[in-house]
Design a protein around this ligand. Structure first.
Ligand code: AHR
Length: 499
């Protein structure tokens, strides 16, 4: 068996995991909101119409922050359509997804849902058809205590205490021709800067996210990011980036998506550092990777003007979940720069949770790697030294056969190793040495693998794809060998015995 040498040392660290790395995203798109998180009349609906079965799954995923309300939807959205008595709210055409938006859920309902789950909101303001002034009013509605028009309206709508929303996105994917009100980098930079000034004047405690490139494949990448940051550097706290991956028929290329994500992050970080150097600024620009996932974009079919039609409902396979795990490792490997990320999305729309209207909610294959990393990838990411054989790919060149990341959680003195074995035909031995950690004991080794890479979960067979536990008895010491099965995603948790 081929070997992968691995050294972990307590003193070699990349950085602290910000829990916001495990954020997600709910857009008014398809069935994410309606029949996703919200379905009055569903057997599990609570008094506010929120599906409790979905809430239970969201709790399992341990999602700390959720981006809302879009997405492409945002650029045509007037947030004031979603406040006040539901029966008075307008039904609007949503030009982004060619649906009808009933506005039964708006900011106050979303906040209610988020509060029930102890989830922090990450709100976005419309910089497509929206104005800087309207963005300021939105902050005032959410965060101002009272005695002004917008804050009093919130109180009148039944929410006495301000929401104190901390994180705000300045628009969405404004570089994209698909965006309602697309802008050039220059125009976006100026509009976003003026918006940022107003929003921070209303509430100086907020943090702002500027729109970075919506994909590494945009012809304007990374020039967009440079120009935008030159306008906004001292006004914002994060630059956003988005990236989706799909299987275009070459399995190795698909498995190597983590390498593409790695390059994307490095390029954005260097672009931001260039602007920092140009301005002699002391401020480090962090990255909000606020849309990422596997997404079969070529299969999107829109249905004209329905309310909450089933669109972008990708059903994820075992192979998708392996790729997904590799991407999660890349996010962890960049914790020193990527402080926040949003899995796009959370329910039904390219999501780990899938619901049936009036019926059950199930876990998609990608649910599991997210669950594992979100729950156990806590503490500090270690700068491990790994030597793995190489895999030649057409798209990414040579990539390591194993993509991995390790976290050390000082709270319970445990290590979590996450590892993707990309080899189509060979199990690999992870030859792990734990140096300053001393002796460790394997608590569990959980594997996702299988002979059918196309296997999926569905309502008839919801547990078709799920992780299995490997026997770990007698696995302890300062040097441990662990088998990573061919084409597998692995989580190995270890108890450290010394401090
Ligand atoms: O997440 C689906 C869509 O992908 C979002 O609406 C948009 O921001 C991106 O293009």
């Amino acid at each position: 068996m081929k070997r992968v040498t691995y050294f972990a040392d307590k003193n070699y660290k990349i950085g602290q995991v910000d829990p916001k790395l495990f954020g997600s995203f709910i857009e008014h798109l398809g069935r994410a909101v309606y029949t996703g998180i919200y379905e009055p009349g569903h057997p599990t609906a609570d008094e506010d119409g929120f599906r409790k079965d979905v809430m239970d799954l969201v709790k399992e995923l341990n999602v700390p922050i959720v981006r809302y309300p879009g997405g492409n939807f945002l650029s045509g959205y007037d947030w004031t359509d979603g406040i006040g008595p539901i029966e008075n709210r307008p039904r609007r055409l949503d030009l982004a997804w060619r649906t009808t938006e009933p506005n039964e859920v708006g900011i106050d309902e979303f906040m209610k849902w988020a509060n029930k789950l102890n989830i922090e909101p990450m709100l976005a303001v419309n910089l497509g058809t929206g104005t800087p002034k309207e963005a300021g009013f939105f902050v005032e509605y959410c965060n101002h205590p009272g005695n002004t028009y917008w804050s009093d309206l919130r109180i009148q709508n039944g929410h006495k205490d301000p929401y104190n929303v901390k994180v705000w996105c300045l628009g969405n994917e404004m570089d994209g021709p698909w965006q309602i009100g697309q802008l050039s980098a220059e125009d976006y930079g100026k509009k976003a800067r003026e918006t940022a000034k107003i929003m921070k004047w209303v509430d100086p405690t907020i943090e702002l996210v500027a729109c970075g490139s919506s994909s590494a494949e945009m012809p304007t990448f990374p020039e967009w990011d440079r120009v935008v940051l030159e306008h906004l550097y001292e006004h914002v706290d994060y630059i956003s980036c988005h990236r989706y991956y799909e299987n275009l028929g070459d399995t190795n290329d698909f498995l190597g998506s983590f390498a593409d994500m790695d390059n994307f992050i490095k390029t954005i970080a260097s672009t931001a550092d260039y602007v920092q150097a140009k301005y002699r600024s002391k401020k480090k620009m962090y990255i909000s990777f606020d849309e990422w996932n596997v997404w079969y974009q070529k299969k999107v079919e829109l249905k004209d003007w329905e309310v909450a039609p089933p669109i972008l409902e990708d059903i994820y396979s075992l192979l998708d979940s392996l790729v997904f795990g590799g991407l999660m490792c890349t996010l962890l490997q960049h914790v020193d720069r990527v402080k926040m990320a949003s899995l796009a999305q959370l329910v039904n729309v390219i999501a780990p949770i899938f619901t049936q209207k009036g019926g059950p909610a199930i876990k998609q294959a990608i649910f599991y790697p997210f669950y594992q990393v979100s729950n156990y990838g806590r503490g500090e990411v270690l700068n491990t030294l790994i030597e793995a054989p190489k895999l030649a790919t057409n798209r990414h060149g040579d990539i390591p056969l194993v993509q991995s990341s390790t976290t050390y959680n000082a709270e319970d003195n445990t290590l979590s190793i996450f590892a993707l074995n990309c080899s189509e035909d060979e199990d690999l031995v992870l030859d792990a040495q734990f140096r300053s950690f001393g002796s460790v004991q394997v608590i569990e080794h959980v594997v996702m693998d299988g002979t059918d890479l196309n296997a999926v979960n569905n309502f008839a067979n919801p547990d078709n794809v799920k992780p299995r536990n490997v026997d770990v008895s007698n696995k302890s010491g300062d040097h441990i060998e662990i088998t990573l099965p061919r084409m597998s995603w692995n989580m190995i948790r270890l108890q450290c015995t010394s401090n």
